[in-house]
Unconditional design. Structure first.
Length: 514
C-alpha cells in the first residue's frame, strides 16, 4: 500500500499542548469526532491501494489530537477503495503508517450524497448562512435525506461514545445530530459542535426551511462554538425569536431549553502558521516561483487570490475592481499581474456552474480589454499545486486580494500572512470575512463597493515600505498567536471545563478568550 502524501502527525506538540497533555486532560473519557470529510481515504492506484491524506484545515488540527487521545473519528467513506480496508465494523486504524486512533466510515449512496450533501447542506443551509436567500433550493427529499443521514451518523456515535466521552460534531452537515444524540447517548457524554460557516441574522434565517428544527437540533449540544462574536449573537437572537420555551442569556451566552443548558461561544479558527512559514522559505517554494513566473511572464508586481469557485467568495467583484483600477491607472498596465488560483467546487449545483462561468467571462473581459502581446493582466489557473508551491505563490505576491461577500473565517487570508516571511506583502481583506475581526492591520474593503475597492488596491500598491512592514509584522503575530493548535486547545479546554463542571450549574468562563 502506498502513501500519496504526508500526514499531520508532527503537529501534536504545537500550541503548548503535548500529546501527554491532551491524553491526561481528557482523562478517562475519550474523544469522538464527527465530520463529513474523513482525514484519510483509500483509493485504487492501478492494482495497489493508495492512501490520500486530507491534511488541510480541520483535519490537520484534529489529527494529532486524535493520535494523542486514541479516540474515534466518524466520517463519510468516499474513497473508491475505502471498503477494502475496513474491518467488519467499518473501522480502520489511522493514521495508516502509525495507527493512533480509529476511523469509522459511514457509507452513503449516490442518492444520499445528492440530497444530504449537495441538496440540503449546500442548497439550503449554505446559502442561508451566507445570506443568499435567492440561491436557496429546497426539495422534500433534501430534508428527508439530511435527517436520515444525521441519524446514521448518530448510530455510529452510539457504537463508540461512552459515558464521560466528548463527542465533537463539525459544521453544518450535522445540525440535527446533537439533539438526536442527546436522546440516545449517556447523559454524562458531552456533546459539542463547531459551526465553521457564518450564522446569519434572524431576518435572514427566518427564511430557512425547517429552521426551527435546525435550531432545536443544535441546542442538543452542551457547547456550540462559532468563529466570531457576531455569529454567536446572531444565533442567540434566532433562538430567542423562534424557539418557544428557550431562555436565552446574552450576557453568559447560554440557552436553557428542554431541561438542558447549551453554552454558546466563539473561537476564531487559525492555520498552521509555523508550517506555512517553513514551506514559504523552502527550496521547493523558490523553485516553483521561478518556474511559474517565467512560464506566465508575470509583471514586476503581483497580486494573488486563492479561492474555491463559490458565489460567496466575491471573485466577480474583485475582477470589476481590478478592471476599474487599470482604467484609472494606465501607468500600472504591464506593471501589475493578478494571479487567480481557483478550485472548482460543487459543480453539480447550477449556482456553482453559473458563478464559474461568470468568473471565466470576467477574466476574458479584463484580458481582452487591457492585455497586450507582452502582458496578461489576469492569470487564472485551476491546476492543483503542492503546499510548498502555494506557500511560494503567497510569499512572492506583493498583495493578496481576499474579497468574500460573506465568509465564516477565510483561512486563505491567514495563510497569506503566515507565508509573508519577508514582511513586505499587503493584505486587502473584505470586512465580511470572519478574519476581518482578527486581522486588524489589513486594508479593509466592502466587495460590492467597486470604487472603494479600487481605492484599496491603489492604497496597497503605493503604501510606504515602513508602514507595509509594520502592518505585516503585526498581522503575522496575530496569525501565529491564534494558530490552529490554539483553536483546538480553546475548543477542547472549554469542553473539558464544562464536563468537569457538570451538575454544578457552572457555565463556560469567557476570561482570556480572544
Amino acid at each position: 500500500m502506498s502513501n500519496n502524501t504526508t500526514g499531520a502527525g508532527d503537529d501534536a506538540d504545537r500550541g503548548g499542548e503535548s500529546s501527554t497533555d491532551w491524553a491526561e486532560a481528557i482523562g478517562d473519557g475519550g474523544l469522538v469526532v464527527v465530520s463529513n470529510r474523513q482525514p484519510y481515504s483509500h483509493t485504487y492506484d492501478g492494482d495497489d491501494i493508495a492512501v490520500e491524506v486530507h491534511a488541510g484545515g480541520l483535519t490537520a488540527g484534529l489529527d494529532p489530537v486524535m493520535q494523542a487521545v486514541g479516540g474515534t473519528w466518524i466520517a463519510w467513506g468516499d474513497g473508491d477503495a475505502d471498503r477494502e480496508v475496513v474491518d467488519e465494523n467499518d473501522c480502520v486504524a489511522a493514521p495508516p503508517e502509525d495507527p493512533g486512533y480509529t476511523l469509522r466510515r459511514i457509507w452513503l449512496s449516490d442518492e444520499e450524497v445528492d440530497d444530504y450533501y449537495y441538496g440540503f447542506s449546500n442548497q439550503v443551509l449554505w446559502p442561508i448562512c451566507h445570506s443568499a436567500l435567492t440561491r436557496v433550493n429546497e426539495w422534500q427529499s433534501y430534508w428527508e435525506r439530511y435527517r436520515t443521514v444525521n441519524e446514521r451518523f448518530v448510530e455510529a456515535v452510539e457504537d463508540h461514545a461512552e459515558a464521560g466521552d466528548i463527542v465533537w460534531f463539525q459544521d453544518y452537515h450535522f445540525a440535527l445530530a446533537p439533539a438526536i444524540a442527546r436522546e440516545r447517548v449517556d447523559d454524562e457524554t458531552l456533546l459539542m459542535q463547531f459551526w465553521h460557516i457564518p450564522w446569519p441574522a434572524w431576518d435572514t434565517f427566518r427564511g430557512c426551511p425547517h429552521g426551527e428544527a435546525i435550531l432545536e437540533g443544535l441546542l442538543g449540544n452542551d457547547l456550540l462554538a462559532f468563529h466570531v462574536a457576531r455569529y454567536r449573537e446572531n444565533f442567540l437572537a434566532c433562538v430567542e425569536a423562534a424557539v418557544d420555551d428557550a431562555v436565552v442569556d446574552h450576557e453568559t451566552g447560554t440557552v436553557s431549553y428542554d431541561g438542558r443548558t447549551t453554552q454558546v461561544t466563539e473561537f476564531p479558527m487559525g492555520v498552521q502558521a509555523d508550517e506555512i512559514a517553513e514551506r514559504a522559505a523552502s527550496e521547493e517554494a523558490a523553485a516553483f516561483w521561478d518556474e511559474f513566473r517565467a512560464e506566465y511572464d508575470l509583471a514586476d508586481t503581483v497580486a494573488v487570490g486563492v479561492d474555491r469557485l463559490d458565489y460567496s467568495k466575491g471573485i466577480p467583484e474583485r475582477l470589476r475592481a481590478l478592471e476599474q483600477f487599470w482604467e484609472r491607472n494606465p501607468e500600472w498596465r504591464g506593471e501589475l499581474t493578478y494571479v487567480e488560483n481557483g478550485s472548482e467546487s460543487r459543480s453539480q449545483i447550477r449556482a456553482y456552474q453559473d458563478i464559474q462561468a461568470r468568473i471565466e467571462e470576467g477574466v476574458e473581459r479584463v484580458n481582452d480589454r487591457f492585455g497586450t502581446d507582452d502582458w496578461t493582466p489576469v492569470v487564472s489557473f485551476r491546476d492543483y499545486i503542492s503546499k510548498e508551491a502555494l506557500a511560494g505563490l503567497y510569499r512572492n505576491s506583493d498583495l493578496a486580494l481576499i474579497s468574500p461577500i460573506r465568509d465564516g473565517m477565510n483561512l486563505v487570508a491567514q495563510e497569506y500572512v503566515a507565508a509573508q516571511v519577508d514582511d513586505d506583502g499587503v493584505l486587502v481583506l473584505s470586512d465580511q470575512a470572519g478574519a476581518g475581526s482578527l486581522l486588524d492591520a489589513a486594508v479593509m474593503v466592502k466587495p460590492q463597493d467597486t470604487c472603494a475597492f479600487t481605492d484599496a488596491i491603489e492604497e496597497a500598491l503605493t503604501m510606504p515600505e515602513a508602514e507595509r512592514r509594520a502592518r505585516m509584522r503585526h498581522l503575522r503575530r496575530q496569525v501565529t498567536e491564534n494558530d490552529l493548535a490554539a483553536w483546538t486547545a480553546l475548543n477542547l479546554k472549554a469542553a473539558m471545563a464544562l464536563r468537569d463542571a457538570s451538575g454544578s450549574g457552572a457555565t463556560l468562563s469567557m476570561e482570556g478568550q480572544p
